[in-house]
Design a protein around this ligand. Structure first.
Ligand SMILES: *Cc1c(COP(=O)(O)O)cnc(C)c1O
Length: 440
């Protein structure tokens, strides 16, 4: 390990630094040209300019202390209220904003852990989640000392209810379902899970990081959306990402609880610090006020009609991607509900397809079990749908006539990973990858 870069004695001019930033920036994925399918949620140039304006207005303010910045307190309280109402919450529903889906999930798990300890004395808590649940749950379980037990799936990639039922034990504090899950855009059977949780007197978290600001609008547009929110008895908490399909600025998510009493277990307070009385809602201390203000501004400017307009278009775009993908000989995995899907191939190696698509300038999300390619459709992907689908059809044709490609590129690596008998080898590989990430 060699840290080659040191802080220079003399600073460079702003012009020279900006020049370097611009050059490096140009080499990144061209999300603006619709080349990426998650990571960036760009509604329109006008909306993004508006977000930047709001964000920079609050560039230096700190959401840590609402005493100093009462406007930030108001924005956060109103965003929470709007989200709670959107997601079937009553007057008693409560929540906080967080820095992202992962923090929302961490908070929900910590909250249920502390709730179960305080009300039932459970010291070795367990939770049950589908195999497809976001890794943030594994991370939170690891951070907060909750044992995560994974339940298998049915043929449609939904969690197997019978398995969940058989895994519930006296230590179980929480069941989890996704609405929808990220890999395939498929909804878990939320109502049935919630009924199970309710019967056992335990918590039920709905991970609506993807769906929280999508499903309510799809429903209004006539899409058949199974019940997934607080309108379902037994759902005790939800996560919903503003910085994804809420189209707000990054660093904005929501965690919600059925009532204020449960949220109480999320807060952290301390009276003994020489620095003064301390009370903090979530993991972070200092909180960027820009992302809170931008979330409020987004909800305020889009309104219900704005989201309906966005999703009317996105559903249309989704239909065209779906048709093109199927026409090129691929199969949609499961039955995705909204604007997220994945596809697999009955005949060619999908990781070869991923390599070929990357050569054509697309940033591809590869998935395993089943081997598939993921698409999260955003407005930036609308103008390039024909190009994508013809590239895909040509890639499929090429892969069919070149079976040797399975031994090259990332396809070779995915082939190898699938064959490794010892999962710790894959972990070692990933740790090595993370070390490499910090090579200067
Ligand atoms: C993105 C995502 C998360 C994690 O959110 P971050 O904002 O990336 O931390 C959790 N669950 C689902 C379903 C997601 O799609």
């Amino acid at each position: 390990m060699e840290n080659k870069i040191t802080l220079q004695k003399d600073g460079r001019t702003r012009e020279s630094v900006l020049e370097e930033l611009k050059q490096l920036h140009q080499q990144d994925t061209k999300w603006h040209e619709g080349r990426a399918f998650s990571l960036v949620y760009h509604e329109s140039d006008e909306h993004t300019e508006f977000l930047k304006q709001v964000y920079t207005m609050y560039f230096h303010e700190n959401g840590l202390n609402p005493g100093a910045f009462p406007s930030i307190r108001k924005y956060e309280a109103e965003v929470v209220s709007m989200a709670a109402r959107l997601l079937g919450g009553s007057d008693r529903a409560a929540g906080t904003m967080t820095s992202g889906g992962s923090e929302s999930i961490m908070m929900a798990i910590k909250t249920h852990r502390d709730w179960a300890f305080a009300t039932k004395g459970i010291r070795n808590p367990e939770m049950i989640a589908p195999l497809t649940v976001h890794p943030a749950f594994d991370k939170a379980a690891h951070y907060f000392g909750v044992k995560l037990i994974k339940a298998g799936l049915d043929s449609g990639q939904r969690v197997d209810l019978e398995q969940v039922k058989s895994l519930i034990r006296p230590e179980t504090i929480l069941l989890v379902g996704s609405a929808p899950q990220y890999p395939h855009g498929v909804m878990d059977p939320i109502a049935a899970l919630a009924a199970l949780a309710h019967d056992h007197g335990i918590g039920m978290h709905v991970d609506a990081c993807v769906g929280g600001f999508m499903l309510p609008f799809l429903k209004k547009l006539g899409v058949e959306v199974p019940p997934f929110d607080f309108s379902v008895e037994g759902v005790t908490s939800m996560s919903a990402d503003l910085h994804k399909y809420g189209f707000a600025a990054k660093g904005a998510s929501i965690v919600l609880y059925r009532d204020q009493e449960l949220r109480r277990f999320q807060f952290f307070v301390s009276k003994d610090w020489p620095g003064g009385l301390f009370a903090s809602p979530s993991v972070t201390g200092t909180r960027p006020a820009g992302s809170i203000a931008a979330a409020w501004a987004t909800l305020s400017t889009l309104g219900e009609d704005g989201y309906l307009r966005i999703y009317r278009d996105l559903l249309e775009t989704m239909k065209r991607y779906r048709a093109g993908v199927e026409k090129a000989g691929f199969r949609i995995v499961g039955d995705p509900v909204g604007t997220v899907l994945s596809y697999e191939s009955p005949s060619v190696n999908i990781h070869v397809i991923a390599d070929l698509m990357e050569k054509r300038g697309w940033f591809v999300d590869r998935q395993m079990n089943p081997d598939s390619i993921h698409l999260t459709i955003t407005p930036a992907n609308a103008p390039v749908v024909d190009r994508y689908c013809s590239d895909l059809a040509e890639s499929a044709e090429y892969a069919r006539t070149h079976p040797e490609l399975g031994g090259e590129g990332m396809a070779a690596m995915y082939g190898m990973v699938a064959k490794l008998p010892d999962p710790t080898q894959i972990h070692q590989f990933l740790y090595h990858y993370m070390d490499q990430r910090y090579q200067t």
